[in-house]
Design a protein around this ligand. Structure first.
Ligand code: GTP
Ligand code: MG
Length: 434
């Protein structure tokens, strides 16, 4: 099954906690502080890999978390960093932050990587709190939690040519004839259930990629047959190859099936309908196809269709080489043009850009609800997350920072009184001015 759309949750590893420890020295009950810092939590990275075909793995495991950092140790030993988690996805996967409705990247090249969740920083060990006024600090900071994101991954296959047509026209037979792909072929509708890629070798140096899609029927946009849900895989192709069954046309209305397909393409997206299209009439080995081909050609010409019309047999291979050569030179022309235009890659290399957006937001926001003051903001929330509230020395440090960043002053300005509640990151504090 081709899983081409999933929703997942990613989480960077938690930072390791800073350690509280004291050197053991002869004749001294407690030497100087020597608790080391915790290690950093691992990042979650998404990487495009052309060996991966679908998003099925993520469908089965929608929660992905990188390794936590290890705690610091005595002797000022730093904890080990957590390992990064690399999630491999097919080339052509678009990554969206669903909470922000923001496309983070479109991974269109093999090996392209995107950091989607950073690991938390390791907590500071008590060694580093040593100062002339505090010679034996008895506290350390906890590791930061890792970043968490909800993502939507949407795969749109990358191919040069998109093969479409009514059911049973011989699309998969054609793909098997021109490439080494071995799709299922049978004399009944809807043999192909999901899109398949095939690499077509044009000559020693040139090749092109064709995507074979499940056949369409009338009302595909309303879900008839397999519906039109795979048409998105044609969006990135350069040209659409529309295959017609020469042995099965309505004589009184030769363009009947062609119109159905074009209507379905249009209903799916105007852009898809506007893509260059090449028509190929298949099953030329059958006598009735020969008669029908003339009818089709006449009708197409009178419809002012000016593109090429190929007549071929996917089964015997007759006329197939002409088509492949045509496609190849067509693509050469398009690609020369594209190189000139030099498509901009939509890739957020890392999260630096995104962070810049938040740079100018004040460090905290106070939201007053009656006697409760809810405080949010990265800096303050982080502080709550890394403070060991059972430890009076750590609490003292916490208070010092709160004062330093101006939160206490801001709360007083907002009208806070002794005994009112302050809520940060779900934790409730009672306000006592110092
Ligand atoms: N005589 C003849 N039969 C063909 C030719 N191409 C395909 N067929 C037959 O047509 C039937 C359908 O072929 P498929 O390749 O499965 O058709 P499809 O368009 O992929 O069908 P769906 O995936 O169901 O839409 C099979 O029985 C093929 O053997 C051809 O050139 N000549
Ligand atoms: Mg097929």
């Amino acid at each position: 099954m081709l899983v081409d759309s999933v929703k997942i949750k990613v989480q960077g590893g938690k930072g390791g906690d800073g350690a509280v420890s004291f050197r053991r020295e002869k004749y001294l009950p407690k030497g100087g502080p020597d608790g080391g810092d915790g290690g950093r939590g691992g990042k979650v990275i998404i990487e495009a890999d052309n060996k991966v075909q679908t998003l099925a793995e993520l469908y089965k495991h929608p929660h992905q978390k990188a390794e936590n950092g290890e705690s610091g140790g005595r002797g000022n030993k730093k904890g080990k960093d957590g390992q990064d988690l690399i999630i491999k996805v097919p080339v052509g996967t678009m990554v969206e932050d669903t909470d922000k409705s923001l496309i983070l990247a479109d991974l269109v090249k093999n090996g392209q990587q995107l950091v989607v969740a950073k690991g938390g920083r390791g907590g500071v060990g008590n060694f580093r709190f040593k100062s002339s006024t505090q010679r034996k600090p008895g506290f350390a900071l906890k590791g930061e939690p890792g970043e968490e994101k909800r993502l939507g991954l949407n795969l749109k296959l990358i191919a040069d040519v998109g093969l479409v047509g009514y059911v049973n026209t011989g699309k998969s037979t054609l793909l098997a004839q021109i490439s080494s792909a071995r799709p299922r072929i049978a004399d009944y509708p809807f043999t192909t259930l999901t899109p398949h890629l095939g690499v077509v070798k044009v000559n020693e140096i040139k090749s092109l990629v064709v995507v074979d899609t499940p056949g369409l029927i009338e009302g595909a946009h309303q879900g008839a047959g397999l519906g039109n849900k795979f048409l998105k895989h044609l969006e990135r192709t350069e040209v659409i190859l529309h295959l017609v069954d020469g042995a099965n046309i309505k004589k009184e209305n030769p363009l009947y099936y062609i119109r159905i397909i074009n209507q379905e393409l249009k209903r799916f997206s105007e852009e898809l309908a506007k893509k260059p299209q090449i028509i190929a009439v298949n099953k030329s080995d059958l006598p009735e196809a020969k008669e029908n081909f003339d009818l089709l050609r006449e009708a197409l010409v009178s419809e002012e269709y000016s593109g090429p019309i190929f007549f071929l047999s996917a089964l015997t291979g007759e006329g197939v080489k002409d088509l492949v050569d045509y496609l190849s030179s067509f693509l050469d022309k398009v690609k020369v043009k594209e190189e000139k235009e030099e498509k901009e890659l939509v890739l957020v290399e890392d999260l630096a850009k995104e962070e810049a957006i938040y740079k100018f937001i004040p460090r905290f926001i106070i939201n007053k609800k009656g006697n409760i003051y809810e405080v949010s903001g990265g800096e303050v929330e982080r502080l709550v997350a890394i403070t060991e509230f059972d430890n009076p020395e750590a609490v003292e440090y916490f208070q010092k920072i709160i004062k330093k960043i101006g939160l206490e002053r801001a709360l007083i300005k907002e009208g806070i009184k002794e005994g009112d509640e302050v809520k940060i990151r779900g934790k409730v504090f009672t306000f006592f001015p110092k």
